[in-house]
Structures are given as C-alpha cells and as structure tokens.
Design a protein around this ligand. Sequence first.
Ligand code: 13P
Ligand code: SF4
Length: 346
Amino acid sequence: MLSKEQLDKRILVQEHFAKEHLPHELSEAQVEQLNDEIIAELKARDACLVAHYYCDPLVQAIAEKSGGCVADSLEMARFGARHSASTLVVAGVRFMGETAKILSPEKRILMPTLEATCSLDLGCPVDDFSAFCDQHPEREVVVYANTSAAVKARADWVVTSSIAVQVIEHLAEQDKKIIWAPDKHLGTYVQKETGADMLLWDGACIVHEEFKAKGLLDLKQVYPNAAILVHPESPDAVVQLADAVGSTSQLIKAAQELPNETLIVATDRGIFYKMQQAAPGKTFIEAPTGGSGATCRSCAHCPWMAMNGLQNILDGLRQGKEEVFVDAELRQNALRPLERMLSFQA
Ligand code: 13P
Ligand code: SF4
C-alpha cells in the first residue's frame, strides 16, 4: 500500500498538473467555442462523451449537450457499453476508462488525461492484494469498482456503491464470508447494513475521509431544518448523522425526494450541478472538511476528477494520445466479475 507521504506527493503532482494545464477561468465566448469544437470532433470521429458527476460543471454540461451522459460509475459503465459509438471519451478517473475498455474492447477509449487516478486504486496494489486474498482462500473476493483492472481480475465480484449493499446481502444469504477492498469506510457501512462477515482492506478516499462529524453537527445547529446527505465512502461517524446515505445517483434522487429545502451534502461538490437541476430552488451546502483536525488538501473536491477540462477533452479527441489499453488476458479475467455486477438483480 502507498504510504501517506507517497500519496501526498502524488496529489501534489496532480494539483500542479491541474494548475498548469486547465484554464480555470474561461470567458463565455471561449466556452462556447470549445463546446462547438468538441461537438464537431465528437461527430467527425463517431465518438460519445461520458462524464462523472464529480467533473467540472462545464464538462458535465458538454457531455449532456453533445448527447452523451453524466452519471455515477455504474451507469457510466452501462451507458458506454450500450452506446453504438466506436469511440468513448471518458471524463472521470482512470478506473472508469479501464472499465469501459474491459466492457467494450472493440471501442477506442480515450480520456482527457490518463493521469487522473483515485486514492482507492492507488492504495490497493495488485501484488499485495493478491497475497492478502491468498491468505483467505475460503472467502469470496468483492472489490469496489474504484480499482485497477488487475485487482478486478483477482476478484469474484465487482460492485459500485449503488449496489454494494444488495450484492453483499445476496452473498451473506448464502453464508459466504467476504474479503472487501479497498474502501474501509464503505466496507464498514455495508457490513453494518448487512451483518455480513467481511474482512476489510485498509484503503480510503482522500476526499470523503476528510468530512468531519463535529463540523457537521455544528453546521446542523445553524441549519436545523436541513437534511444531511452522505456518500458511504465517508467515515462512520459522518454516515451516522445522515438522513440519506448512498451512491452519487442515490444522493441526487434523495435531494429531489426529501421534503427539506436545505441540504448539507457530504460528497464531491461537482455533484451540485446535477442536484441543482434535479431540485431547483433548494439550497445546497457543502459538508465541512475543515475544523481544527483538518488535514485535507482537496477538501470536497477530488483532485483527479478536477484534471478533466474542456481543453483536454478537445486535445484528447484530436490527438488520441490518452488512449486506454487493457491486456487481453487481464481483460478476460476482469470481465467476469464486472459482468456479474451488471447482470445482478437484487
Ligand atoms: P459512484 O459510484 O457513487 O459514482 O462513486 C464513485 C466515486 O469515485 C465516489 O468517490
Ligand atoms: Fe477516488 Fe475519492 Fe476521487 Fe472518488 S472522490 S475518484 S473515490 S479519490
């Protein structure tokens, strides 16, 4: 597993990349120009743009406008696999591009930058993970989608946060014991919900891990009528304060369906773009990451998701340099647990 120091260094490099390469303040005319060029390139290259909810709102907007999709990691995978385009541009992080390639090997998968990774993926190197699994051969191996193709290839099941509870419930009903990786917080949440026997890998998301229960309680005093929405990659003390816990798409649904006019949201702030569309007129507040114990670099925004911008989507399409490849044998082995997830019906 990467040490805290190694991880911090990686994040600094990514933040430097974002500062150097992404124009943060585009004029309206520049946005319009880039949008027009992206739409033209997508058309000319039979390509479709798929973006995650945590991407910059400008990226989400062009994905929608160009006929692509904005979704959680499960729906991104489903949409990309179903779409007839010969090229998919995946605006998100590396594992999302790899998942698209595993599901659609005949498609060309481009990303705005292959540098966009995820702390969960980084914190679960395949050799260490394989050795861990070898020590517990009697256990079913369930990995979160936020992992490398190699880690998926070692697993029996892949899950996203949208269906993690249902899949583990299903396995627990068959008295299966489970290895869960890499996110210990999501693992703890699923374990509590299902009562399953789960051995947890010690990984965490650097964004969600920073949400603070104490700060959340203080904020709730200021907004007593607000509902608290929490992604289960957050620590248990934060999850316990939630009115709704769920994947990104489940949180958007909760924002729409809960009667509360004010919502405090513990996940990446990129999600506000879609939440505002789903529940116009409601007030959204970022859950606190600060306070006296704060150690965050990124606060409520993923430094790797932030590496996706209009300019590198356009450059990526034109130059085709940031293409995702997955070794053929690895792909076969990673496909099995992924297909299990996609065909799973609760
Ligand atoms: P979702 O599966 O909810 O989209 O989450 C992906 C992710 O990376 C959350 O941090
Ligand atoms: Fe990974 Fe966390 Fe970023 Fe999601 S928000 S991609 S889990 S680092």
